[in-house]
Design a protein around this ligand. Structure first.
Ligand code: C2E
Ligand code: MG
Ligand code: MG
Length: 490
């Protein structure tokens, strides 16, 4: 009889064990569930934190981005209502970053931006913020105290800090120097964040326009200057059609004989109410607004017609025309030049296109290809404003150019400073060693002329010899034959 009893017992035991097993399983499942829920929650939180960080920080430098900077600026302004602080904003823009990026590559450019970010962060006080607005634009929020020397002192410190050479990893022996422009604005009572940031931006625009490498404190009249820029852009749009643009020609000459060597075509704009507007004012506007294509086309066509007219009158003169980077970049530029030459009848050998050193070095390989296509037309190419860019000898050697024009900033100090003389001398020698014609720009007096001749420079241009002139005045002064066939406006 023991058998069935023990069978029942073992059955009960088995049942108990099963229940126990199930309970344990259930217990652990619940624990596991709770645990994974916790994990999941933690993970979600972690990811959200990361995403929030990503949304508010710049991925390259790790600095706060525009959104976070704006938020912090708002907080700073709110604090100023309660505490005696003077909120200020610095907008910082690197002046030569594009050149560095183009010369050394994007990776180096990124490396430099990270280094700049690190240096800026080290230059400000705890409580102040550094952010990146994008590209080569940075921002600093300064919570000034009443006894502080003011935000311009911070701007000065930033400029000095950035001027220290950067030694980037993997660039043995090459130190990069960074120049920056800074716009500074301090909050006035009741001002909104947007207004404060906009003021700093306007001051930055003025700092750049004023010659870069400097800081500028916002003044209300600066807003007018920005409106002016916009107004110029609007008027320029119609200037060509209305015949307000014209070309003046400035002779170049042989230093030794003072004989005219050629002429440079320089765009002029007679505005109906502003009078003569300088190219330094309207060429940058034309470049920003895309109008440079039409303007460049007009100057080229007008100059080629004028050159052909002088040649027909028995005075073949070398005509130099300035070409902007935008024109060189356009795919059909060579075709356009070819057509203009054909229409005007100008001998291609009499046309020189001037491109600035910084444009040519922006993307040296593409420049070589574009210049080769142009040179196939039989024209000449000159490097303008030479000495102000970042060319290396190796890059210069491969550029198919015929002449270089030493920037007038090197000529300006040539009489008073031995150092300036040495630099000008080495630029002349550099050009000559590459077999190029060397021109010096901006010769204003006899002493400069004599120094340049001594340094071995062959050609020059400047007010000493002649200012830019209307074609009929030039023709009369240099006996280029009269009467001149008129050059119709396009
Ligand atoms: P750039 O090509 O270097 O032209 C020489 C500039 O130096 C001219 O200024 C000329 O008037 C000025 N200059 C000549 N001799 C002297 C001198 O002895 N002393 C001083 N202080 N200046 C002298 P401008 O006509 O005001 O033109 C300024 C710049 O605007 C030009 O510099 C050129 O980069 C640009 N530009 C002018 N016309 C055109 C154009 O048709 N197309 C393009 N893309 N740029 C142009
Ligand atoms: Mg020029
Ligand atoms: Mg020049």
């Amino acid at each position: 009889m023991g058998e069935p009893a023990s069978g029942a017992l073992s059955q009960a035991l088995l049942g108990g064990l099963l229940v126990l097993g199930a309970s344990i399983l259930l217990f652990f499942s619940i624990r596991l569930l709770a645990f994974s829920r916790q994990r999941a929650l933690a993970l979600v939180e972690e990811r959200t934190g990361e995403l929030r960080h990503q949304a508010l920080h710049d991925s390259l430098t790790g600095l706060p981005n525009r959104t976070l900077v704006t938020d912090r600026a708002e907080q700073m302004l709110a604090r100023a209502d309660r505490e005696p602080i003077v909120p200020s904003v610095l907008f910082i823009d690197l002046d030569n970053f594009k050149d560095i990026n183009d010369s050394f590559g994007h990776q180096r450019g990124d490396q430099l931006l990270r280094a700049v970010a690190g240096r800026l962060a080290g230059l400000v006080r705890p409580g102040d913020s550094v952010g990146r607005l994008g590209g080569d634009e940075f921002v600093v929020l300064v919570q000034g105290r009443p006894a502080d020397p003011g935000p311009e002192a911070v701007a000065e410190r930033v400029l000095e800090g950035l001027a220290e050479p950067f030694h980037l990893e993997g660039m043995d022996g090459v130190a990069l120097t960074v120049e920056a422009s800074i716009g500074v604005a301090s909050a006035s009572p009741g001002q909104s964040t947007d207004e404060l940031l906009r003021d700093a931006d306007v001051a930055l625009y003025e700092a750049k326009r004023g010659g870069k490498g400097r800081h500028m404190l916002f003044r209300p009249d600066m807003r007018l200057a920005v409106q002016d820029h916009l107004a110029i852009a609007m008027d320029l749009r119609h200037a060509i059609a209305k015949g307000e643009l014209f070309v003046e020609y400035q002779p170049t000459f042989e230093l030794g004989t003072l004989v005219i060597a050629g002429v440079e075509a320089l765009a002029r704009w007679r505005h109906p109410t502003r009078g003569l507007v300088a190219p330094d004012q309207f060429i940058p506007v034309a470049e920003d607004s895309g109008l440079i294509a039409a303007l460049g086309k007009y100057v080229l066509a007008s100059s080629c017609q004028q050159g052909a007219a002088w040649a027909r009158a028995g005075h073949p003169l070398q005509i130099s025309v300035n070409v902007s980077g935008h024109q060189l970049e356009s795919e059909d530029f060579a075709a356009q030049v070819s057509e203009t030459l054909a229409v005007s009848g100008l001998d291609p050998g009499l046309l020189t296109l001037e491109l600035t050193e910084s444009v040519l070095m922006r993307d040296a390989d593409t420049s070589v290809r574009r210049l080769q296509a142009l040179k196939k037309l039989g024209l000449k190419v000159a490097i303008d404003d030479f000495g102000t860019g970042y060319s290396s000898l190796a890059r210069l050697r491969v550029l198919p150019v015929d002449a270089l024009k030493i920037d007038r900033s090197f000529v300006a100090g040539i009489v008073g400073s031995r150092q300036a003389r040495t630099i000008a001398g080495s630029l002349v020698q550099l050009g000559k060693s590459l077999g190029l014609q060397v021109f010096a720009e901006g010769i204003e007096d006899e002493d400069q002329l004599a120094q340049l001749e001594r340094l071995g420079c062959d050609y020059g241009q400047g007010f000493y010899y002649s200012r830019p002139l209307r074609p009929e005045v030039l023709a009369e002064r240099f006996h280029l034959g009269r009467p001149l066939p008129g050059v119709p406006a396009l």
